[in-house]
Design a protein around this ligand. Structure first.
Ligand code: HEC
Length: 465
């Protein structure tokens, strides 16, 4: 362990990046809200027009992480944008998320003119029609009486509900990345309370609730991890820890500690640990195995999810770097496991009770199972074309794997014991499922729709009977 602090990246965070781009000024308060309706085709149907290959994979990684390619973005006035129109839009996007800016989520090679030509060439003049119900995956949708989705709106509608976690009493804790506050939804009453985070422009993105009921919250822009005890009041309710880097995700360790990863770190690429045990608590950081080609390139590998396996090994994924990276705190070792296909885009993965990783390949449209003990991968193609899987979470009780998708407006469920997919379509168009959590008591699945910009902010509950 070393107490180093990562390379300075101006981690302004999405909210600040958007505000800086003048969007806040134009809409008075926050980013635009794009009305979307179920008669429109899903993003997946639009993406189907783009030819398979590396170009498409890189486009998915660069251009669908904040918002979808939707009828709103691709066909604003009913007809396709032309190349000049795309060019102007992509130039703006490079200002928000370009590899050399303050929020580098687009890879360094992205260029407006060639992107514009490629999109204008392949997207048809008119948007595709919405699905007619005859798609092959419809056979995987359980009977309507067997499941139910309830959506809960958030205010303001331009909020970005980034992550959800369920506490021991079944309350749902939600990060409000745009306003900087937290929400607590009580499903029994439907009430949604707000809880301010006592940090200016707090930018909460990830949250986990530990066994003691404490919230561990990654505050991106402020470069902090905050720990909140909902039972305490006043100054004791929140403790904040400077991480020295923009933390992307948080994971709970085996001994009551919290782990985070540096979203924009690359040379060195860092993860870190917040320990509460020692009085004021402490933060340690660890440099992980450097990326062989991206460590010295602007943008870098883009560290993404972080999870702790049952054996205590800390795993992180690299969205652009296309690797899984491990650190064993017992002996300090770190090593990397490349994803066995180009530009797969390992996004928000989970670890099951036996230590296998379930990795959504965002640009590969597959769920990957990785077993560290045998170093073996199993690839499971998704049943919906171009679904763009964003997040996977294992229901520890059943072993089932839930997959939230970015483009299909659907949640998928893989049952390993039966080798079977099931599909649960969501009622909203534009439901980019950025995060999900399983309620350990009820087995309900909670979903955060996190397109930004996108339709009015909401979270949803999927109940399977
Ligand atoms: C960092 C987040 C982010 C990324 C990454 C991003 N966008 Fe955007 N996009 C936005 C925001 C914010 C808006 C709304 C404000 C605006 O239009 O400038 C937007 C709007 C758009 C629009 C609608 C513009 C209009 O005329 O209303 C298009 C088209 C678009 N994006 C395409 C893309 C493409 C193509 C890429 C990949 C190069 C991309 N976006 C990547 C944040 C992003």
């Amino acid at each position: 362990m070393r107490n180093t602090v990562g390379r300075a990246v101006r981690g302004a965070g999405l909210a600040a990046a958007v505000a800086a781009a003048g969007v806040a000024a134009r809409t008075q308060e926050g980013p635009p809200v794009w009305p979307m309706t179920p008669d429109q085709p899903t993003s997946a149907r639009l993406l189907a027009a783009l030819p398979e290959g590396d170009e498409k994979r890189k486009f998915l990684l660069d251009c669908t992480g904040c918002h979808q390619l939707s009828v709103r973005t691709a066909y604003p006035a009913g007809a396709a944008r032309d190349s000049a129109d795309w060019d102007a839009a992509v130039q703006r996007m490079l200002r928000y998320g370009g590899a050399r800016g303050g929020f580098p989520v687009i890879h360094d090679g992205r260029e407006a003119a060639s992107t514009a030509r490629w999109l204008a060439r392949h997207l048809p003049a008119r948007p595709p029609v919405a699905g007619d119900g005859s798609e092959a995956w419809r056979a995987l949708v359980p009977a309507a009486s067997a499941w139910r989705v309830t959506e809960y709106p958030l205010q303001p509608a331009w909020e970005l509900p980034h992550d959800v976690a369920v506490d021991g009493a079944g309350r749902v804790v939600i990060t409000g990345m745009m306003t900087g506050r937290m929400y607590v939804l009580d499903p029994r009453t439907g009430t949604m309370d707000t809880v301010p985070v006592p940090v200016p422009r707090a930018n909460p993105r990830a949250v986990e609730v530990d066994a003691a009921g404490r919230w561990w919250v990654a505050l991106g822009g402020p470069r902090q991890v905050a720990v909140h005890d909902p039972r305490a009041s006043g100054a004791a309710a929140w403790r904040t820890f400077a991480t020295g880097m923009y933390p992307h995700s948080v994971a709970l360790g085996r001994d009551g500690e919290g782990w985070f990863n540096g979203h924009f770190t690359r040379s060195p690429e860092l993860i870190g640990r917040v320990s509460l045990a020692a009085g004021a608590g402490r933060v340690d950081t660890v440099a992980v195995t450097p990326h062989p080609t991206l460590a010295e390139v602007p943008g870098g590998p883009i560290p993404y999810e972080i999870r702790v396996a049952p054996d205590g090994v800390v795993w992180t994924s690299e969205l652009s770097g296309n690797r899984l990276v491990a650190h064993d705190p017992r002996d300090g070792r770190t090593w990397a496991v490349p994803i066995p296909e180009a530009h797969g885009g390992p996004r928000r993965f989970d670890v099951d009770a036996r230590g296998a990783l379930w990795v959504p390949l965002y640009a590969g449209n597959a769920l990957l199972r990785y077993e560290p003990a045998s170093n073996r991968f199993t690839r499971l193609p998704l049943p919906i074309p171009d679904a763009v899987p964003y997040v996977a979470r294992v229901d520890r009780a059943s072993g089932d794997v839930w997959v939230g998708t970015s483009a299909a407006d659907a949640v998928l469920r893989w049952t390993p014991a039966a080798s079977r997919w099931r599909v649960y379509p969501l009622p909203s168009r534009g439901a980019l499922v950025r995060h999900l959590a399983v309620d350990a008591r009820t087995r309900d699945v909670w979903l955060a729709y996190g397109a930004s910009p996108g339709p009015a902010a909401r979270v949803a509950r999927l109940t399977v009977r």
